[in-house]
Design a protein around this ligand. Sequence first.
Ligand code: SF4
Ligand code: SF4
Length: 173
Amino acid sequence: MTQSWGQFKSFEGRQFKALDAEFTAEVGRLLGGQDLSACFQCAKCSAGCTVSDKVNIQVHELMRMLLFGLREVLETDMVWLCTTCYTCQERCPQGIEITDIIFGLKNMAFRKGIAPAGYLGARKGLYDTGRLYEATDWEREDLGLDPVPRLDVRDTQKMLDSTGLMKLEESED
Ligand code: SF4
Ligand code: SF4
């Protein structure tokens, strides 16, 4: 088991008791979820996963948890540390759309109030400033570049408002 990241903790030694068929059915309705039961645990997805050394469960274990109806899967950092590189999806011999399922899990987790603080901060920062990172003037003059252009944040906010990003509340359940 690797060192856990952010707010999420290792599952080592934890007992899972409730197998929730409704949760498995819910995941089955996600984009890609229709083929969930085709997973035969070959772990080829995990063998190619780009964050396998950073997460508290591996992606094939995530798939197993989904099939077993373990809602605790939403508390795993695999859900949030997945870089959506699609390597697992490309490698899966069963053609399961694993990355698309993980996208859906992110949404499910967020609605239950499970999200790393960094993501929430990034959302607010993007809305408030129109940028994820503050651009600096460092070395621009030396490189013959103009000063960092001013940004009208209202344009960004209008666009983000149209996506409903800021209306998406944590813990809607
Ligand atoms: S590669 Fe596909 S079949 Fe193999 S464990 Fe991963 S999801 Fe399951
Ligand atoms: S899409 Fe996510 S889970 Fe799949 S290999 Fe990439 S980082 Fe790992």
